[in-house]
Design a protein around this ligand. Structure first.
Ligand SMILES: [Zn+2]
Length: 313
């Protein structure tokens, strides 16, 4: 039976067109060891992936329709995820470079990167689109159809984009796996405390699939891409809402329950994941008009998140 379906993806006009085959398989690609479990959940709920041309809010959701249960994925949202992946990777590379210089006792200097202008353009575009709730025309910037001259950078962006999409799909599949979409469960009043509990539970389910990967390269990439995925779905809406906990809260849980234990025996992974965790927040600060001349290191993530919550509220 077809477990993944989309509405004529070949007909949809988007610069992400070349990545569609991978987008549709993203949940399997990031959790190759859990394909059977994921397939079972999808089959049990007769779940399909629906790509559609949304124009409004960020759409990546589990739809518990008795006629067409699905993972609804808005193309405008996917485009923003790719743009954020590009911007985040560039900010991450700047952070990593500055981290190396600090450790070597060299002067850090001003933030620089061959793609900093493109990264800023794409991040701005993604956050304006999120703020306006519109699917905006692609800006004058790289895309999967118009790659940046650096092939290494484009490969890195693509890998992270697929990992971010994979996590998002697994989070939505997690809502089904955890029974949140069962008829009885979903008819309960959606009080914030219960809604937040479900979000954390779906996060936990997705984290568990993506961190139980034997291939060390995929596992390491996943550990570092999850904060990017959380960051982009939080977008400009970084505070807690009735339906979702705050980004800071979700990141803290991820770091405590998954990233820290996994990184305990691998110091280089710890440094990398700490940097990826703060990149989405640095991007928000940068877009707030205070693009830092150099990106300060944040070895203490909790301290940073608390500072960030105070500053941004
Ligand atoms: Zn959710």
């Amino acid at each position: 039976m077809p477990l993944i379906e989309s509405a004529n993806p070949a007909d949809v006009v988007t610069p992400l067109q070349p990545l569609f085959p991978k987008v549709l398989k993203a949940a399997y690609m990031v959790a190759p060891d859990r394909q059977k479990e994921i397939t079972d959940v999808m089959a049990r709920h007769n779940l399909r992936i629906q790509l559609h041309e949304n124009t409004g809010e960020f759409t990546m959701e589990a739809v518990a329709s008795p006629f067409y249960p699905r993972l609804s994925v808005g193309l405008g949202s996917l485009e923003r995820v790719w743009a954020a992946a590009f911007g985040y990777i560039v900010l991450f590379e700047i952070s990593a470079e500055q981290h190396r210089k600090r450790r070597a006792g060299k002067p850090v200097g001003k933030a620089s990167h061959i793609a900093l202008v493109e990264a800023t353009t794409l991040l701005n575009w993604a956050f304006v689109a999120a703020h306006e709730g519109e699917r905006l025309p692609w800006p004058d910037a790289p895309s999967p159809s118009h790659p940046f001259p650096s092939a290494d950078l484009m490969r890195s962006v693509e890998t992270n984009f697929i990992a971010m999409v994979g996590w998002m799909l697994l989070h939505e599949i997690g809502h089904f796996a955890c029974g949140h979409c069962d008829p009885v469960d979903s008819s309960e009043p959606a009080v914030p405390v219960e809604a937040h509990r479900r979000e954390h539970e779906a996060d936990h389910w997705a984290h568990a699939q993506m961190t139980a990967v034997a291939d060390p390269m995929i596992c390491r990439g996943n550990i570092c891409s999850i904060p990017f995925a959380l960051g982009v779905i939080a977008g400009i809406n970084h505070r807690a809402t009735d339906s979702h906990p705050s980004l800071a809260n979700r990141l803290k849980k991820y770091m405590t329950d998954f990233a820290s234990p996994l990184a305990a025996s691998q110091p280089d992974v710890r440094a990398t994941v700490n940097m990826t965790a703060v990149v989405p927040l640095q991007a928000l600060i940068a877009l707030g008009g205070t693009f830092p001349a150099n990106l300060a290191p944040f070895p203490d993530l909790n301290g940073y998140l608390e500072w960030w919550e105070r500053t941004m509220e």
